[in-house]
Write a protein that binds this ligand. Structure first.
Ligand code: HEC
Length: 290
């Protein structure tokens, strides 16, 4: 019997089975799913009502916890887009993706890692039923699928673990880029500029600014790779970074230790005068990549 005949015969057997012992999808399975979805929606709406009715406009009224705000306060602290001492981390079940993003570096391979590979895997999963038409379901007869599944589980476990223990890698990754900055910008033989570059990497400037492709580019912060060509000078740059609000920049935090801000309001890292000066020398030496 040819493979095609075999497949036709097994399809007939399947149709016969459904006729004799099965129930059709409509209306049986449809009804089940509809009832179950309704239950889930009702539970969510119920929880939302409990949360709303037990919480208050004022989060300070959430004491004692067990009698009010059963499902958390109505509002938490307002979001602060300018924070530099917070490293955003995903929920644990996204750690593996989070770590993948560190393996693939912008801009060379990020598209491959985030769009290319998932798309290829999805296409394989979609065409698999058409390629593998065997009816045998025993695991021992499906070595390729079993090994592939085990490898996926192991690598996701490994990536999840690495994502979980990766600490403050943002700053350390930026610090690791300093030698290549010094080389490309040509200030490698200026130790003050190099130490300023390290301060720049550690103080969280790249949360907003970009420098030679590293960093966020957030909140309208300009690229600083060629800041030294703007003629501000070391003195001008020092006073700018110390207190940017004096120059009409209310987005960027004050970085000077002497800016006289209470510690709890200091969003940026407080820098001493020598660190500020090194930073300014570094920016002044940044004339753009050679
Ligand atoms: C919260 C985001 C943020 C952080 C963190 C930040 N900046 Fe800025 N910075 C800005 C924004 C926004 C501007 C542009 C303001 C404007 O154009 O008026 C700016 C402007 C500047 C400028 C002037 C650029 C120009 O050409 O006009 C310099 C220099 C600068 N930042 C240096 C730094 C340094 C050094 C650090 C780290 C110690 C830092 N910034 C951290 C947001 C930030």
């Amino acid at each position: 019997m040819s493979a095609l005949d075999e497949r036709r015969a097994s399809f007939q057997r399947y149709k016969q089975d459904v006729k004799e012992r099965g129930k059709p999808f409509y209306p049986y399975a449809m009804f089940h799913d509809t009832v179950m979805s309704l239950v889930v929606v009702c539970v969510i709406v119920g929880l939302a009502c409990v949360w709303y009715l037990t919480s208050h406009e004022d989060p300070n009224r959430c004491q004692p916890k067990w009698s009010s705000c059963m499902l958390g306060p109505r509002y938490a602290e307002p979001a602060d887009p300018g924070t530099t001492n917070f490293v955003p981390r995903p929920d644990w079940y996204f750690y593996f993706l989070f770590y993948l993003l560190r393996i693939f570096k912008w801009p060379d391979s990020v598209i491959l890692g985030t769009v290319g590979i998932p798309t290829i895997l999805l296409i394989i999963a979609l065409v698999l039923p058409f390629i593998d038409t065997r009816r045998d379901r025993r695991l021992s007869r499906r070595p390729v699928a079993v090994i592939a599944a085990i490898l996926v589980v192991i690598s996701m476990g490994e990536l999840t673990y690495k994502g979980a223990v990766a600490k403050e890698a943002l700053a350390s990754e930026v610090v690791a880029a300093v030698p290549s900055w010094a080389q490309r910008e040509g200030f490698a033989n200026n130790p003050k500029a190099v130490s300023g570059a390290t301060v720049f990497a550690e103080a969280g400037c790249t949360a907003c600014h970009t420098y030679l492709g590293t960093g966020g580019g957030n909140l309208g912060a300009p690229d600083l790779s060629a800041e030294g060509t703007k003629g501000k000078g070391v003195q001008g740059l020092t006073s700018y970074i110390s207190d940017p609000s004096k120059f009409g920049n209310n987005v960027m935090p004050k970085f000077a230790a002497f800016a006289n801000i209470p510690a709890k309001d200091a969003k940026g890292k407080n820098l001493g005068i020598s660190e500020l000066q090194a930073l300014a020398i570094f920016l002044d030496a940044s004339k753009g990549p050679k």
